[in-house]
Design a binder for this molecule. Sequence first.
Ligand code: ATP
Length: 292
Amino acid sequence: MYYIRMNAYAKINIGLDVINRRDDGYHNVSMIMQSVNLYDNLTISKNSSNKIIVRTNLPYLPTDKKNLVYSAAHLFKEVTGIKSGLLITLKKRIPVAAGLAGGSTDAAATLMGLNKLFNAGMTKDELSKLGVKLGADVPYCLMMGTALSEGIGDKLSPLPPMPKCHILLVKPNINVSTKFVYENLKLDDSTIHPNISLMQKAIESQNLLELTKHMGNLLETVTINHYPIINNIKDKMVELGAMTSLMSGSGPTVFGIFNNYKTAKDAFQYFRTSYQKYQVFLTKPYYPINHN
Ligand code: ATP
């Protein structure tokens, strides 16, 4: 085998709670993650040089070690001792710096792809230990599907697949810094936390209505104050028939959950035509079968 093609799936946080701030500055979180059927394409091919070359369709993305695809490949070669040169072509569809884990999922797909291409035989656990060195979301991106993420995002437990639905993603053309969001997060006795365990129960009983009632993202308390556009998008989605709408991660992407395809499609068309500078996608949860 000389080359391999991989899809790298985006994620949304259908629930995001922050428990506390630790002395080292990190935050303990409790999040429910869900992969969605929006993905980047990676093609990884071997060549006779000793170099890693990354090409991408987005001219503003770095192609050196600042690209997570490059650093994942570099780390993989270092750990396995594989000398072969690599050409990695990355076609980005996932919006960049959007709260959709675009870079992390590319890193995860690179690790999985290289493991297959070179028959390196690394286990999921071994890949995960490598992945966490590249970013806190990488182990989840290796696992995919519906999962509970705790600790600083490093403790992962698979959950039953979330109920089927349609998901509208809207990324406004603003930049939100994750660092800024966490630094401005205020946690005190009056903070209203989303109830992640009720969400888990709703997933176990496959009750989409109950699940959407409990969805919440604590980081919205910061972003909505600074970027009211996020709230406007959320309100509009609900007005257009979403069961609920929420910001993903530290934003700025907003997603809406729909149980009816026609309603979701109409809402998609509305955002596509009214906000041409926004990135708008109509997608669904992605449930991996067996992606070894
Ligand atoms: P998260 O949801 O994990 O916070 P994000 O979706 O907000 O991530 P990314 O799309 O991963 O953010 O991009 C964050 C930064 O990482 C960008 O500014 C970009 O320059 C850099 N980056 C490095 N490699 C990649 C990659 N393969 N794809 C996208 N961004 C990358």
